[in-house]
Design a protein around this ligand. Structure first.
Ligand SMILES: Cc1cc2nc3c(=O)[nH]c(=O)nc-3n(C[C@H](O)[C@H](O)[C@H](O)COP(=O)(O)O)c2cc1C
Length: 216
């Protein structure tokens, strides 16, 4: 079946894409408004797009042409934290996705403690084993319904127990038990079921070339 994207309205187009491009990592964004009131919300239109400078992007919808609270805060303070979501934090993350009125601190609703950041003035979620302190670089308007927030990572906090070799920057990602977002309504994937397959060089691939069965 072929879906002609030109024929689809926003809701259908979004549903098709968000069910097709899976799993997606979840940026659990903590930001502050001008009065210092904290805000938390998950965003799965997220990834990193370069290592040096360390660039991350997040797609944020603008329902009815209005900024979500995270976007409004990022415009104001120019900074935010991306916390990674482990399976044990899934319910709390889901609570922070509720459309509470502006000014409500979702971190309180989800009973989440925060700690101060090192290079920005925001706060990060204490229980998240990995957090990225981010500074806004630019906001790209994707008219008429969303924006892409591009930011540079200023610092990464990783719980000591997951750092295998700090000098070489080896992280034991397997043990985070991070979750990814799948299709709607509300499906997620865990990352504990894994396999290893190093990317071969051309020489390795040519010397090993044989049947290429898929995974069982
Ligand atoms: C797992 C998950 C991922 C989400 N990803 C996005 C996203 O990438 N972009 C977006 O605009 N909304 C996304 N949402 C919806 C927002 O989290 C939701 O609109 C939230 O209320 C926004 O909060 P805020 O106004 O405090 O920023 C997601 C929701 C969930 C549960």
């Amino acid at each position: 079946m072929m879906f002609d994207m030109d024929q689809l309205d926003l809701a259908r187009s979004y549903k098709l894409l968000s069910s097709s491009i899976v799993p997606r990592p979840i940026a659990w964004v903590v930001s502050q408004d001008a009065n210092g009131v904290a805000n938390a919300a998950p965003y799965s239109l997220f990834n990193f797009f370069g290592g040096h400078p360390p660039v991350v992007c997040i797609g944020m919808g603008r329902p009815n042409g209005r900024d979500k609270d995270s976007l409004s805060n990022i415009r104001t303070t120019q900074e935010f934290v991306i916390n990674m979501v482990t399976a044990s934090l899934a319910q709390a993350m889901n609570t922070t996705s509720v459309a509470f009125p502006s000014g409500v601190n979702e971190l309180d609703k989800a009973e989440l403690e925060t700690v101060t950041c090192s290079k920005i003035s925001g706060r990060r979620i204490k229980l998240s084993p990995l957090a990225l302190e981010c500074r806004l670089q630019q906001i790209i308007d994707v008219k008429p319904s969303s924006v892409i927030v591009m930011a540079t990572v200023q610092a990464i906090h990783i719980d000591d127990e997951y750092v295998k070799d700090a000098q070489r920057c080896y992280v034991d990602s397997a043990r985070f038990d991070v979750i990814g977002r799948m299709e709607s309504p509300g499906w997620y994937a865990k990352t504990v079921d894994r396999f290893v397959m190093p990317q071969p060089t051309l020489e390795e691939w040519e010397s090993l070339r044989h049947d290429q069965p898929g995974l069982e």
